[in-house]
Design a protein around this ligand. Sequence first.
Ligand code: C2E
Ligand code: MG
Ligand code: MG
Ligand code: MG
Length: 277
Amino acid sequence: NQDSGTHPACAFYDADFTKQLQTEQELNDLFEHSLKNHDFKVYLQPKVRLLDGGIAGAEALVRWIHPQKGIIFPSDFIPIFEHNGKICHLDLYMFEEVCRLLEQWNQKGQPWIPISVNLSRQHFKNPEFLKAFSEIAERYHIPPNTIEFELTESILFDPQQIEVVKISIQKMHALGFLCSLDDFGSGFSSLGLLKEFDVDTIKLDRQFFLDISKEKSRDVIACLIELAKKLNVRTVAEGIEEQEQLDYLREIGCDLVQGYIFSKPLPPKEFEAFCAR
Ligand code: C2E
Ligand code: MG
Ligand code: MG
Ligand code: MG
């Protein structure tokens, strides 16, 4: 912009943009070292069964604990690493850390606990990507049905990726893994997608539950849960914070709940303590 030197608004914008580029560059430069240094940590957020209050499993969420910068949240670095493909290394790293934990717990005599891990859409550019995941699971002797891969619904809007996604879901099942559709309803998901893609679980996006006191909101949620039941797909309600949300979900028979009302994502030791309670 030619005016950027003189127009105050543009000058401000440019400064902001430069700063943003710097942090992007900075985070990129830190990545390899942080990966080697084990600065990326697995946090686990419990999923609670509404039927009996039991813990049905957990979702693994990455936290970047940098010795100087402190804790960095996924929203500040995932988009950057998606852009340059580093996310695939990070997802594999996270997966291996999850498998390592599961093996340790098993060796201590604890029963297997199902864990879900997030898969970036970037993996689907390589139709063979699941091989690396399944090799890791084998190396740590993890029963594949302990693992559920979460794919974000937005991946289904990319016509070029649809076929690979379908085939990948089939491969996941052939290998014994489970598959869930994350952030369901956050974009323009058509309900028809549910019959096209053979997922085991849908995770209803947090935004469905924000205005739960409105009858229309409740009706939409009830319909989605009913549809999922008809299709034999398990339901997880995400981002539940309030008792009113929980009461309604219980009333209509949602299977699992994940949200601050039960627990934030926890470091593994704290998650173990949470399960023991
Ligand atoms: P997601 O997979 O939809 O994960 C759920 C997000 O909602 C998490 O944010 C979680 O901390 C947050 N959350 C859970 N309960 C509540 C609640 O009651 N209220 C509110 N306001 N938020 C809640 P987080 O950990 O910051 O992760 C954000 C996103 O980053 C994830 O969304 C996922 O898309 C991505 N992500 C996280 N870890 C990984 C990873 O290892 N690999 C990949 N590819 N993506 C990841
Ligand atoms: Mg997820
Ligand atoms: Mg989600
Ligand atoms: Mg979400």
